[in-house]
Design a protein around this ligand. Sequence first.
Ligand SMILES: [Zn+2]
Length: 439
Amino acid sequence: MRTYITGGTVVDTEPEPHALPGAVVVIEDGVIVSVGPDPGPPEPGAEVVDATGRIVMPGLVDTHRHLWQAVLRGVCADRTLGEYLTLVLGRLAPAYDPGDVYAGVLWGALEALDAGVTTVFDWSHVQLTPDHTDAEVAALRESGVRAVFAYGHPGTDDAGRDPGAVRRMREKHFPAGEPGLVTPAFAAWGPVFGPPEAAREDWLLARELDLRISLHAMGEGPVERLHEMGLLGPDVLFVHVNGVPDDGLKLIAGTGGTASVTPEVECRMGHGLPETGRLRAAGVATGLGADTVTVVPGDLFSAMRAALAAENSRPGRGDAPRLTTADVLRMATIEGAAAIGMDDRIGSLRPGKQADIVLLDGEAAGLAPVHDPVAAVVGAGPAAVDTVFVAGRAVKRGGRLLGTGTSTGTSTGPNTGPNTGTGRARELAARSAERLARL
Ligand SMILES: [Zn+2]
């Protein structure tokens, strides 16, 4: 069955963000069929979504987030990176049981969808046992989000490494064939947090298993070391990169590597100023991320604005071109998709791509009147997200997540239909949060 999204202001992002007032978006079998002024009359039985007063745009792409931390919301709001490592990775992560992983990832994924984030690169370093892995993949699949599940060894040293567990994850959850909405990747500590030899083994294993590799990398050291070890490449996604010297950025660009900037976390936790401008100048495809809701909100509207504020107030930026609303919207969509190797499938409304589509309420207080649709998108918030489609399937309509309803929060059954999903997820998250808070 076809779906026609009519009467809205379409904002597409490829090659650059631009508005197409009055364009109609047609979807069939989860894929965008056409975007244009006149697709002809909908055939009998077709679904017509009236988007009058709405902005119709591609789903947002988060290139770096630790979904499992959703049940720890705000616990590091005033903490530094060092304090976060001690509390969250040192104390709380080792205490996570598979139920906590399931609760955190499900609640975090629903939070992303609610905010119009249809794809999340889920960097997960809480894989304490195979049961933890099974719980995480189950939660991602149940949520309806499009996700890249990046498996990370637990802990920040060599002790938690288990190559067998990576192989098991790949074989059990991602056998050959149609991958569905969740695909695998590898979350690496790299040659700075861990020993170089372990990094080499991880890289070789990830490449053998066809897994994109992502690592946190800041300052002098990580990029240069990977270069010396011959491990750079187009399958490596660098996170943060604050303070990486120009030569390091050139090495990333020259090998086709990509980057993820998480501007609000970086500013607030002391990573350093976001490198948005330098990465763009170096020609590195760069996406945005919320990173961790232990510190910041889990939406990309605030990440886009944090990137703008940080870059355009950066001391000594001289005559460097200003970062614009179009730049950050691009990073939160098509460029972010490129950063995680998925720009052939998502990130814009080009026909043939997956129908990951968001409708914003352009008539809402705080958004109307819309003079400049691109600026309006960047100025929006999760409350303006009216409708969300992932692969053509509605997961939010009329401002409410589907599966949400009048749940009393007492349902413990599987998420089988309306009025159970979000209430149950909220309840599981609350229980997990209560348990972890006692530690
Ligand atoms: Zn991170």
